[in-house]
Write a protein that binds this ligand. Sequence first.
Ligand code: IVH
Length: 754
Amino acid sequence: MADQSSDLEHKTPDQLTQSEAQAELARLSDVLTRANRAYHGEDAPFLSDADYDRLRRRNSAIEERFPEFKREDSPSRQVGAAAADGFGKVTHAVRMLSLSNAFEDADVQGFADQINSYLNRTGPLEFTAEPKIDGLSLSLRYVDGQLVQAATRGDGEIGENVTANALTIDDIPQRLTGAPEVLEVRGEVYMSHDDFARLNQRQQDTGGKLFANPRNAAAGSLRQLDAAVTRSRPLRFFAYAWGETSAPLAETQAGAIERLGSLGFQTNPLTTVCRSIDDLLAHYRMIEQRRASLGYDIDGVVYKVNDLALQRRLGFRSTTPRWAIAHKFPAELAWTRLEGIDIQVGRTGALSPVARLMPVTVGGVVVSNATLHNEDYIAGRDSNGAPIRDGKDIRVGDWVQVYRAGDVIPKIADVDLSKRPDDATAFAFPTLCPECGSEAHREDGDSVRRCSGGLVCPAQAVERLKHFVSRGAFDIEGLGAKQIEMFFGDPTLPINEPADIFTLARRDQANLGKLQNRDGFGDKSVKKLFEAIENKRTIGLGRFLFALGIRHLGEVAGTNLARHFMSWTALLTTVDRAHEAGKRYLLAEEAVIAKRAADLSAGQRPKLQAVRDKIWSDPPVPADSRAAWDDLVAVNGVGAVLALSLVTTLAHPQERAVIERLVAELTILPPEAQATDSPVAGKTVVFTGTLEKMTRAEAKARAEALGAKVAGSVSAKTDLLIAGPGAGSKATKAQELGIKVIDEDDWLGLIEGL
Ligand code: IVH
C-alpha cells in the first residue's frame, strides 16, 4: 500500500486511473487536513508553505480532471485555509493585468492609432466604454457552475485566496447555470457612498478604525481573516472581464458582458458600444457629468476593443493589454505648505527628493509626502531644460498645489509665488550622497543625480537587499523589507549582502542559535525562516538576474536574457567578452553627445553616425568582443543601455565579488522551455520583406509568445526565414545557408490555432 501510494504521488493527474484518482484524493485530503490542524493548532507545522501549496494545487488539478470524485471533505471546500501570512496564495491561471492610462483626448486618438498600426489596418474601430470602478479587483473561479475559488489580484500572478469572504457578498453568485465548465469571472469589489458613510459611523460608535475612503474600506473588508467580519460589511461587485474559460463567452466584449449579466452578475449599466473616437469622448463626458450622482467612486472610463478576435490578435505588453485603456478623470487638487525637502537614496543610487508637506486631504486621502522627481524638477525645468510651471522653482516654505492621480504617489502641480516667504531660498541640491558622503554625479542626458558609492553606500546596499528578497525576485517568506532593515549591519548576525542570507543558518548555528532568543523570533519562526531560505537556494536564471538589482535589468529583460543564454556561466562569459566593446560604446556615446552639442551650436544638423563609426573602428574593437556585444544587444528587450549596465556592473571588482559569493551559494536553473507544444518553440526565426496580414510588431510578439526567438538577421543559428514580397539579401543568405524559407501564409498555417 505504502509503495503504491508513493508511486501515485509521482503521476500527473492525466496519468491516474479512476481508482488511483480516488485514492490520491483521499490521501491529499488526509495530509492537508492534518497540515491545517497542525498549522492552526499552533503545533509544529510539518509541511513547508511551498509543499502545502503544491499539494493543494495537485488536489485541485485532480479534482478538475475527475470532478465526480471530489470529496465532501475536500481541502478545496475548506476555503481560506490560510498559509503563513494569513491567506492562502493562488496562482492565477491567466494573469490579472492592469491598464495603461490616457489623460487627454489626444491620448485616446493615439490609442486607436496604435491599434490600427499594430494590426496594419485603417478606419474606425468599435470599442466598449464603461466606468472605471475605484475598488479592488477580484477573480472568481467557477468549475461546473460552482464557485470554487476567489482570489485578489496580488502582484497579478499570485493573489490571495479570499473564497470564504467572497461567499459573503450578495452580488457574487455561488452557482451558475449554463456557464462554461471552467469560467473565471473578473470584476471590481467596491462599497457605495451610503454604505461607506454608515460603516464609518458604526466604526466611530464602536471605537473601531475609520476608513479614509470607500476603496480602502472595501479592501479592508475583503481582506479579513474572519469571514464573519466581511459578511457584516456591505460589499458589492461589478463583473467586467474574465480569465480562463473552457469555451468562449461571446464574439464581442459587449456580448461577453451581456452573457455575464444573464449568468447573474451585476454589470455596469453605463457600458456602451462606441463606433468612433468622438463617440468615446462623448460617453466619457456623459459619465464624468454623472460621476457625483452615481453613488460609488469611479476614477475614469475604460475603453476596450469590442471584437474579441481583434483583442486576441492585439494581445498584451508585459503588464497591460494592447486592446484596452483607462481614460482617467483629471486628478483632484489641494493647496498646502512645503515644510521640508528630504533626499532618499534608492537601489541604483538615485538621489530622490521628497516633499514633506503640511498634511492635507486630497480626494479623501491625507497626503503628507509628495515626490519632487529630481533637481531639474525642483528648479522648474524639464529634462530638456524647457520651463515647467512657467519656470517657477519650488522652495521650502512655499504653498504648493498637490494632486493624486489614481494610486500613484502624490505630485506637486504648482507653486503660489504670491505666498512665498521673504526668506525662502532656492533649494541647493546636494552633490554628496547624504547617506555615505560619496560624490553624487549626473551623467550626460540624465536628470537624476546618483551616488557613486555603489555597495559602499549603506542606502544602496540595503535597498538592493530589499529588492533581492522582494516578490518578483527571491520572494523569501518571512524575510521582507522590515527584516532586511533589522539584519543589515547587525553586530552578531548581519545580512549585508545577498550571500549572507544563505549563510545565515550556518552562522547562527556557529553562534549557538541565538537568533531564536531575539525579539520577534521564536523557535518556530526561526525554523520557518531558515526553511524558507533553503527553499530559495534553487532559483530560475531569469528571476536570479532580476534579483541582482542591476540598473535597467527588469523582469522582462531577465526572462529574455535567461531564455537566450540558458545559463549564468554562458551569460557571464559573453558579458566578460563584451567588456572591450562596452568601453568603446561608452566613449562613442560621449563623443556623440559632444558632437551633437557642437553641431547644434554651430547651427548645423548633427552628423553623428560618422563619429560613432570612427570610435568603433579606430582602432578596431577586437572582433570577439564586438561579436559578444552584438550577441547581447540582439536579445529581445536588451538595448545598448542595459548591455552597458551589465558590462560595467560585472566588471566592477566589488560588485563582481558580491555576485560570485552569492552564486556559490545557489543552484541556478535554466528557464523552462516555453510553449513546447508549438512547432516553433525554441526555434530562431527571422522575418523579412513585406508582411501583408500583420505588422512586424504583431508577427514578432506572436512568434515570441509561441516560444520562438526572433532575430534581426540571418545566421547559421537561424531555423526559419519568413519572407514576404521584396525579401532581398536575407532570403539569398538563407538559401546559401540551407535554411528553410517560407512565406507569410505558410507561417500563418504553421501557427494556426495555437
Ligand atoms: S478591465 C486586462 N474594466 O482597474 C484588463 N478594469 O487600472 C482587465 N478596473 O486592475 C481590467 N474598473 O482593478 C477593467 N471597467 C473596468 C474596470 C477595471 C476598474 C480596475 C481593475 C484593474 C485596474 C487597472
